[in-house]
Write a protein that binds this ligand. Structure first.
Ligand SMILES: [Zn+2]
Length: 261
């Protein structure tokens, strides 16, 4: 279990080594390695089952280490918060070594996740980018789409970044209209999930389509179609909120909560 408290005044414990989104395997096939004491320059991260954990962000190497998605596939779901935290904090530390305001080198603070500029006083914190992710439904049917980047045959829910000044609900309507040309009526919040590729926070919604006609742009979306529960394509991985939205809808159809179309 992850405890979100920085292990300060601690000199050793376990360490997670991250390089460019890849995490080093430890001796027991988990991402944790013993380190007594911790190497210099590690970032205290959290407690994992009451054991202090530090993050080591490495510039070189790591080509043979599993990437974040591979770790999430191979580890039990209980590891998700630790893996997501390590990947997001590592990406932030790597990308914010200089002040974004004046360009001077930034220094890490110990008491919180923060990079401080001693020249101009600007401080920056881990970046979290909110996105909406939506399962569009029409009766029991689900509108799923595939991006050109997906593995062959896989379809998923629609997702996109929330723009400056926009509410999550407005983003749901806009993204669905942009990506598949569908207008939606009632929307319902589901739950959220950190998505560390590299620093998104996915806000999950269900949305009821007003019509079934699909118009795709062919760029962001390579294909989109309505799928019935008995004939599904290859679905996104089990640890994703996208899969949870789909499984929740399938369960509601099976329980008779959703009317068949
Ligand atoms: Zn500065």
């Amino acid at each position: 279990m992850l405890r979100r408290e920085l292990p300060l005044d601690v000199t050793g414990g376990r360490v997670i080594r991250v390089a460019s989104g890849r995490i080093a395997p430890g001796p027991d096939d988990t991402p944790l390695q013993q380190a007594q004491p911790w190497p210099e320059c590690v970032q205290p991260l959290a407690y994992w089952h009451d054991e202090p954990i530090a993050l080591s962000v490495e510039e070189h190497g790591g080509e043979s280490w599993p990437d974040g998605r591979q770790w999430l596939t191979r580890l039990p779901e209980s590891w998700f918060p630790l893996i997501a935290t390590a990947l997001q904090v590592a990406a932030w530390l790597r990308d914010h070594r200089f002040c974004g305001r004046c360009g001077a080198p930034a220094a890490r603070l110990d008491a919180e996740f923060a990079m401080h500029c001693h020249q101009c006083g600007h401080r920056n914190y881990p970046r979290i980018s909110p996105c909406i992710i939506t399962l569009v439904t029409h009766g029991d049917a689900m509108l799923l789409a595939r991006s050109p980047r997906f593995p062959p045959g896989r379809y998923s829910t629609l997702a996109g970044f929330i723009e400056p000044g926009e509410s999550a609900e407005e983003a749901v309507h806009r993204e669905i209209h942009e990506e598949v040309g569908v207008s939606v009526g009632r929307i319902r919040y589901y739950r959220s999930q950190a998505w560390p590729f590299p620093h998104a926070l996915m806000l999950g919604f269900f949305a009821e389509a007003a019509s079934r006609r699909i118009r795709i742009d062919g760029i962001e979306i390579a294909d989109a179609a309505w799928f019935h529960p008995k004939r599904l394509p290859q679905l996104p991985p089990p640890y994703s909120i996208s899969r949870a939205l789909i499984e929740t809808h399938l369960a509601e159809v099976a329980d008779g909560i959703v009317q068949r179309s």
